[in-house]
Ligand binder design. Structure first.
Ligand code: CMP
Length: 138
């Protein structure tokens, strides 16, 4: 059993499709063990995406992630990190496989509906960024 971190991004909350996204995750074998709807501050988004600070899309990414509410969540399951990334599909929706969340729902590479941790190590860091241990109930 593993845990990973997931964000349903502002393009999905704006279109009121959080339930559809969560359904894909659950149907894909993952379980939501922590969840909250928040409006990220600029400081939070800057720190969360600090690894991309030097990338040309960083400022736009921070503006997008603070443009509306997001749903942050912890997902649990077998191979949760890899499984979540399979269910999400490629970062760029035009490269994503049919049936993935990003193929179905993403609007663009930026407004790509979901974020998921890329490794178990980052999952732990990202979970700790938004959740206290007693907020995760498996
Ligand atoms: P995410 O998994 O949240 O991690 C970083 C985000 O940057 C990524 O999803 C995309 O939404 C966004 N992004 C915007 N432009 C690019 C790009 N050219 N390459 C990679 N990620 C991008």
């Amino acid at each position: 059993m593993e845990r990973t971190f997931s964000i349903i991004k502002p393009d999905a909350t704006r279109r009121n499709i959080t339930g559809k996204v969560i359904n894909c995750l659950e149907e894909g074998g993952l379980r939501v063990v922590a969840q909250k709807r928040i409006h990220m501050t600029e400081a939070q988004a800057q720190e969360f995406y600090a690894v991309h600070k030097e990338r040309p899309f960083y400022n736009d990414l921070v503006s997008f992630m603070t443009s509306g509410p997001v749903v942050v969540q912890v997902l649990e399951g077998e191979n949760a990190v890899v499984r979540n990334r399979e269910i999400m599909g490629a970062t760029n929706p035009s490269d994503a496989d049919a049936g993935t969340i990003r193929k179905e729902f993403a609007e663009s590479i930026e407004a790509n509906s979901v974020h998921g941790s890329d490794s178990l190590e980052n999952a732990e860091i990202e979970i700790g960024f938004f959740f206290k241990a007693d907020e995760i109930v498996g």
